[in-house]
Design a protein around this ligand. Structure first.
Ligand SMILES: Cc1cc2nc3c(=O)[nH]c(=O)nc-3n(C[C@H](O)[C@H](O)[C@H](O)COP(=O)(O)OP(=O)(O)OC[C@H]3O[C@@H](n4cnc5c(N)ncnc54)[C@H](O)[C@@H]3O)c2cc1C
Length: 381
């Protein structure tokens, strides 16, 4: 074991995303040697598991059931929990500024603060446009929309902007839920500026998704840019106007501004990291999940990669605390893609094989809730 420094060293875990939840669970099993203290800063006491969000929208389960409680995980790992939001990082001074006005200093920081949603770029009004992230405020708006739609005489209409995998899942989930609550004639529109849905995915997957959208009677608007969202009307570049009891922005993930504004080396606003997940410009600042740009083989922002980074973060905190060389993150080249279809069906794709059915939905549910069970420790008194 390497020698510890005389003074305590402080590790800051910024954000309680998928990667840090996994890292905390590992750290709980193998506590750190004395002389190292850890603090986790997160805006909420629980992190909502976004892979299971479409199931909440569809009404298959509640929002409460998809939260990873962070405080018990921190308690088990001997980590102090601070409920706050980081507003900036000073990579030279090794400090973060918090929304509360407090400043925290660190010797080592690991960033797992996820991402927001790419703001839509148009000059017109954005009045009533709701991003799918952060998830909690979106879910409140969704509950309001269901209430207003059920109490209205006119056939309701909802617009989802962005026909990537998340936007498709969300549109199908919305349609399913509205049918379940007795509004089967509700119109759900899916709008995308591109000429294709789920671009970057295989033809087999896209074909199945087109069929699912068609079965659900979702109106697809491709090559259409949003020009304005105002007073329940979404105006498109194609000249159409769509009524919208709710307009949801699902136009892809975007890193938080404060990361791009820091002195850290970034690529498209994400922290550029080496094979050990260290910032390429500031090696005592690490990043994982959507916050990071993995230089060796750039990864798409997906929960699976964040989850896989968790054990590497835990192991490397152990090694760092003992002045040992760090281990590498080796993300898999292919992973199981699971796309839910609103109803209790889903599509799975791996190794070029694409399958669809009720059993795939059950498999996805089992995988998602296994993760949630493993990371939901009972609260301590
Ligand atoms: C509808 C939808 C469905 C998806 N489905 C899938 C799927 O099936 N499979 C898949 O692999 N990926 C899926 N994704 C993508 C996946 O959600 C992300 O890639 C994943 O959440 C990234 O995990 P993370 O650890 O980087 O951050 P997250 O798990 O998103 O967590 C980030 C955490 O940081 C906190 N935070 C944010 N800002 C701050 C701040 N300033 N200070 C402190 N803390 C902060 C947040 O509160 C949050 O707790 C989906 C995304 C969406 C929107």
């Amino acid at each position: 074991m390497g020698a510890l420094t005389a003074r305590d060293r402080h590790v800051l875990l910024a954000g309680g995303g998928h990667a840090h939840a996994v890292a905390l669970r590992r750290l709980a099993k193998k506590p750190l040697a004395p002389g190292v203290s850890l603090t986790l800063v997160a805006p909420s006491t629980q992190n909502l598991y976004s892979g299971a969000l479409p199931g909440v929208i569809a009404g298959h389960w509640t929002a409460d059931s998809i939260g990873v409680p962070l405080e018990p995980l921190c308690a088990a790992a001997g980590v102090s929990f601070v409920q706050d939001s980081i507003t900036s990082i000073d990579a030279g001074a090794n400090t973060v500024q918090l929304a509360s006005g407090n400043t925290l200093s660190f010797d080592l920081a690991s960033l797992d603060v996820g991402s927001g949603i790419r703001p839509l770029e148009f000059a017109g009004s954005k009045n009533g446009l709701v991003p799918i992230r952060p998830i909690s405020p979106f879910l409140l708006k969704w509950q309001d929309a269901i209430k207003s739609i059920r109490g209205s005489d006119t056939p309701p209409s909802i617009v989802v902007i962005g026909a990537g995998l998340a936007g498709i899942e969300v549109a199908l989930a919305i349609k399913f839920r509205l049918t379940q609550v007795g509004v089967p004639d509700a119109k759900v529109h899916l709008v995308d500026a591109g000429n294709e849905i789920a671009s970057g995915n295989s033809l087999a997957l896209r074909r199945k998704l087109y069929r699912a959208l068609d079965r659900a009677n979702i109106a697809l608007w491709l090559n259409a840019r949003v020009r304005s969202v105002d007073a329940g009307i979404v105006s498109l570049s194609t000249g159409e106007t769509l009524e919208a009891a709710l307009a949801v922005n699902c136009a892809g993930s975007a890193p938080h501004d404060w990361i791009g504004e820091s002195a850290l080396s970034t690529v498209q606003g994400r922290v550029e990291v080496d094979p050990c997940l260290r910032s390429t410009s500031h090696t005592n600042i690490w990043a994982a999940g959507d916050t990071s740009y993995f230089k060796a083989s750039p990864l798409e922002p997906a929960g699976v990669f964040a989850v896989r980074a968790g054990p590497v973060i835990a192991e490397n905190i152990q090694r760092w605390s003992q002045d040992q060389p760090l281990t590498h993150f080796n993300p898999q080249s292919d992973y199981l893609k699971l796309v839910s279809l609103g109803e209790q069906k889903a599509i799975a794709e791996k190794f070029g094989i694409t399958l669809e059915g009720g059993w795939v939905w059950k498999l996805k549910k089992w995988i998602d809730f296994s993760f949630l069970r493993q990371h939901s420790l009972p609260a301590r008194d």
